[in-house]
Design a binder for this molecule. Sequence first.
Ligand code: FAD
Ligand code: PYC
Length: 416
Amino acid sequence: MKRYSALGLLRNALDYNRNWPAAWRSPEPKKSYDAIIVGGGGHGLATAYYLARDHGLRNVAVLEKGWIGGGNTGRNTSIVRSNYLWTEASLLYEKSLQLWEGLSRDLNYNVMFSQRGVYNLGHSLQDMRDIERRVNANRLNGIDAEVLGPAEVKRAIPCINTSPGARYPILGASLQRRGGVARHDAVAWGFARAADALGVDIIEQCEVTGIEVRAGRAVGVATTRGAIAADRIGVVVAGNAGVLAGMAGLRLPIESHPLQAFVSEPIRPVLDTVVMSGAVHGYISQSDKGELVIGAGIDAYNGYGQRGSFPVIEHAMQAIIELFPAFSRVRMLRLWGGIVDICPDACPIVSKTPVQGLYFNCGWGTGGFKATPGSGWVFAHTLAHDRPHDLNAPFSLDRFASGALIDEHGAAAVAH
Ligand code: FAD
Ligand code: PYC
C-alpha cells in the first residue's frame, strides 16, 4: 500500500495535484470473476476488502452504477453505536463497533472515527422504561451503556433545554460513550483503496441491469458495460435491493423510503457529542467543520427519489429547536435525501437466497452506516463459505417464513 510523505504532499500541492496518483485503479471489467459485488457503497466495498484480506479471494469486482459512496454511504449522518435491544442485533453491531475502533489503522486511512458518545433521550415515563430495559440488555451483552438523569444530561450538554416546561421535557437519556461519528466518504475511500491494493477491481459507472440465472444458479450479470460471469454474486444496493431481487425472480420483504438530512452554516464548537431523540424525531451532532449535522425521520411514502418532502423538514427542525432553542437563529445550508431499505422488523437481511450463488445484504434501513465494517465482514464470510457466520445467521431470509423476527424499531431510534 502506498504511503505519502510530507515532501510528497507538498510536491503534489505545488503542482496542483497533477501527478497525484489515483487512490484506486479504474480497470475495464474482465469477462469473469470469482465473485462480483453489486453496489459500491461502504458495505459492498467492505465486503470486497474482507473477501480479499481474510478469505484469499482476489479475483473480485465491485460494480457501481454511479460513483463509490454516492448512495446512502455518502448521505448519512454518520452515527455509530451498538446499543440495540436484542442479543442477535447487539452482537452484530458490537462486532462492527469493534472493527471501527481499529479501522483507520487497519485501512491505513483516517476514517475520522470519533468516539464522542451518543445520547438517546427519554421524554416520558415509558421512554425511560424502554431506555432502562435496553441499557440492562446491553450490559448483559458486555456493551457499554448508562442511564442518566436530566441534570447529568444538562451538565454534559449545556446548550440542551432540560426545562420541565418544554413540550417534550427531557426525563433522562441512555449514553453509549464508545459511540460517535465517522467521516462517511472517507470510509468508502479507505475501503476502496485497501481493496484495490489487494487486487479487487472497482468499476464505477457500471450499472447491473440483469442477473443471469441458469438451472437455479446465478452465473453472471448483465451490465451497461457488457455481460460479466461470476461464481458468486453479492448484492449490496440498499434502497435498490428490491429492484435487483426482481432481476433474479425474487421478492424481498423490503420497502424503500426517502430519508433526509441537513447541515447548517458552520458555527463555533458548541456540541461535542451526538444527541438523538426518537420521540421528537431528530438527531444532531456537530461536524469538525462546525456545521450542525441534523437528521429526520423517514418520509412515509415509498419511493426511489433521493429527496424528501417539506413537512418532514419542518418536523425535524421543530424537534431540534425544541431541544436546542439557541439553534433557532442558525441558518441551514444544504439538505439531501437517500433511499433507505426497511424490513418489517427494522433489522437487516444478510443472507443466502433460494438462487444458488446469489446472496443479498440489505434492509439496513436508517441505521446501516454504523454496521459498515461488520456487515462487510460477515457478508464476506457468507460468500466465501456459502453459509452465514454465526453473527449473521439470525438475519437470514428464512426468518420471514419462520417468524423469528428481531424487532429493533425502538433501538433504530429514527421514526419509521
Ligand atoms: P449505499 O451506500 O447506498 O450503496 C449502495 C450502492 O449500490 C449505491 O452506491 C448505488 O449507486 C449502488 N447501486 C444501486 N443499484 C445498482 C445497480 N443496479 N448496479 C450497480 N450499482 C447499484 N446509518 C447509521 O448507522 N447512522 C446514521 O447516522 C445514519 N444516518 C442516515 C441518514 C440518512 C439521510 C440516510 C439516507 C441514511 C442514514 N443511515 C444511517 C443509513 C445508512 O446510510 C445506510 O444504511 C448505509 O449507508 C447503507 O450502506 P450501503 O453500502 O448498503 O448502501
Ligand atoms: O441508526 O443511529 C442510527 C441513526 C441515526 C440517524 C439515522 N440513523
